[in-house]
Design a protein around this ligand. Structure first.
Ligand code: AP5
Length: 215
């Protein structure tokens, strides 16, 4: 699978990507996870990205393209990849198109996960994430709590609320999405790659993708 998952913050991109990787060994590439790992590790990238992320602003396109150009050429991408949270602006989409052409990689689909705003707001305030950067499992205190409160089922690390999950940062992230990322829907529609899935169930998202790709 060579897919892009589009959707507002909290639409369930990360959750669907984690389910899809189990199907054929394609890797999930989440720019958000990569950046949170860099912030935790206090690397140069993390220092540059931290303030943008905390406010709910996008990190500059040049930083993201630097990460993705390297990441897409790593050997584990040969089997397939699910891009979760990238691209997020028209310049990123244009740069990705040029990069994929250079690498002779063809995308299968761009999946737009469309979830009502009220559902998104509820999910983001109740999401919890594993603090271990190598794991980053996603939970929800209402719909999918860890078996033992506050502890990751998979690796035993503490499960925490993300730093950009304050009310102010969430509403800023949604605004940024509408201004900068939603135009990608039209971009990929013109490219003939877009499928919009109007679904609040992650199983429905995964099943529609399986049907479209005949897997
Ligand atoms: P990122 O980590 O990408 O955040 P996001 O796009 O805001 O997406 P989320 O992770 O919030 O949501 P999701 O759609 O993955 O939902 P999830 O599956 O977790 O980016 C963070 C920041 O990094 C950005 O703000 C920016 O600063 C920076 N950044 C990242 N990429 C960038 C880029 N390309 N360019 C520039 N800057 C970039 O689900 C949400 C919750 O809902 C969970 O609790 C989950 O359990 C629950 N849930 C999911 N599906 C269901 C369901 N079907 N039913 C019930 N509950 C569900």
């Amino acid at each position: 699978m060579k897919l892009i998952l589009l959707g507002a913050p909290g639409a369930g991109k990360g959750t669907a990507a984690k389910m899809l990787t189990g199907l054929d060994g394609s890797v999930q590439i989440s720019t958000g996870d990569i950046l949170r790992g860099a912030v935790q590790a206090k690397s140069e990238l993390g220092k540059q990205a931290e303030a943008f992320m905390k406010r709910g602003d996008l990190v500059p396109d040049e930083l993201i393209m630097g990460i993705m150009e390297k990441r897409l050429q790593e050997p584990d991408c040969a089997k397939g990849f699910l891009l979760d949270g990238f691209p997020r602006t028209i310049p990123q989409a244009e740069a990705l198109k040029a990069l994929l052409a250079k690498l002779k990689i063809k995308l299968d689909l761009v999946v737009n996960i469309d979830v009502p705003r009220a559902v998104i707001l509820d999910r983001l305030t109740t999401r919890r994430t594993c603090s271990n950067t190598a794991c980053q499992a996603i939970y929800n205190v209402k719909s999918n709590p860890p078996k033992k409160a506050g502890i990751c089922d998979k690796c035993g690390s503490p499960v925490v609320q993300r730093e950009d999950e304050t009310e102010a940062a969430i509403s800023h992230r949604l605004e940024t999405y509408n201004q900068k990322t939603a135009p990608l829907i039209g971009f990929y529609e013109k490219e003939g790659l877009l499928v919009t899935i109007d679904a609040t169930s992650s199983d429905a998202v995964v099943n529609t993708i399986k049907q479209k790709l005949k897997i």
